[in-house]
Design a binder for this molecule. Structure first.
Ligand SMILES: Cc1cc2nc3c(=O)[nH]c(=O)nc-3n(C[C@H](O)[C@H](O)[C@H](O)COP(=O)(O)OP(=O)(O)OC[C@H]3O[C@@H](n4cnc5c(N)ncnc54)[C@H](O)[C@@H]3O)c2cc1C
Length: 276
């Protein structure tokens, strides 16, 4: 396997660097670069242009014949992941401080890369389409209310059965009527079995330590336990209410102003009815 390493530093504009980097990546197998700000700005676009795969923040590379395995931290440095890719070219952006060490370990001498002097092609704007409020978009930063759905929506309901489609209809029905922004707990967005029914939410909706910290005047959590890693994302939500079957859930421990101990499915269906 041929490995190319480029010691890229100094300054360079996106317009000049992308074509130069793409040229260097095209036809290569493994390309190692240090993850400084210049590389992080232009290399992803260059990789896309060159039809390459790219991974950043790599801390180690192990070669075994034609197979390269890399390591990077995930989940805020709590889990060290090890993975490999069959795709080539594969651009591996290392932590900048580890670049020299990794190159030395693999026996590669980094080359310098000259920026392109050719004129970059300019984008011609044909028109602008306003994004609007996005009828289908569930993240609405200007909404007064944050409505959070937790994993409880995917649990067996009072009749002992799962009602994912019904739950999804109740949630989207409420969002449509109230104009609220949709937040989620990590458990719900990470649940593959809920992905089809809850296609209107993604990791972008996740509120919490490893999610977002939205700002809304009010928040209503439903079927969400109120664990600290989730509630920390509520620090800018002023008035907090929660609906949970469990009177001892996290919200009851001083994290919500009002906790309704009730079946959220029934409560939200009634709320939807009242909203008309
Ligand atoms: C390092 C780290 C970072 C994390 N970051 C985040 C983060 O950013 N965001 C986040 O959300 N989590 C995060 N977590 C996970 C967090 O600790 C919880 O596991 C997660 O928030 C739980 O999600 P949940 O409340 O939806 O699910 P569960 O804990 O499964 O709770 C479901 C709740 O629904 C209730 N329920 C069930 N059925 C009904 C019903 N019909 N009506 C009413 N209530 C019902 C149950 O009583 C239960 O309280 C993190 C964890 C770690 C370790």
């Amino acid at each position: 396997m041929t490995i190319k390493a480029y010691a890229i530093d100094g300054n360079g504009t996106f317009a000049q660097d992308v074509p130069a980097f793409a040229e260097a990546v095209k036809g290569a197998e493994l390309v190692l670069v240090p993850g400084n700000s210049r590389v992080k700005r232009s290399m992803p676009a260059a990789a896309l242009r060159a039809g390459a795969e790219i991974d950043t923040n790599v801390v180690d590379i192990v070669l075994d014949g034609e197979k390269a395995t890399v390591q990077r931290w995930a989940y805020r440095q709590r889990i060290l992941t090890t993975f490999s890719r069959a795709a080539r070219p594969w651009v591996i952006v290392t932590d900048p401080s580890l670049f020299a060490e990794i190159c030395a370990k693999l026996g590669v001498t980094p080359e310098s890369l000259a920026p392109s002097t050719s004129q970059s092609s300019r984008t011609t704007v044909n028109g602008v389409v306003a994004a609007g409020n996005g009828g289908a978009s569930t993240i609405r930063p200007d909404a007064k209310l944050l409505f959070v759905a937790g994993a409880g929506w995917t649990k067996k309901q009072a009749d002992g059965a799962l009602h994912l489609d019904d739950a999804a209809a109740t949630i989207t029905g409420f969002l449509g009527k109230s104009g609220a922004s949709l937040g989620s707990s990590k458990s719900l967005v990470d649940m593959p079995e809920a992905a089809d029914a809850f296609s209107f939410m993604s990791h972008m909706n996740q509120v919490g330590q490893t999610g977002s910290t939205p700002r809304h005047a009010k928040g209503l959590a439903t079927c969400c336990h109120g664990e600290e890693p989730h509630v920390v994302g509520w620090r800018f939500i002023n008035e907090r209410r929660a609906v949970n079957l469990d009177a001892n859930c996290g919200w009851a421990q001083g994290k919500a102003d009002v906790l309704y101990v009730a079946d959220a499915s029934e409560v939200m269906k009634k709320v939807n009815e009242l909203l008309g």
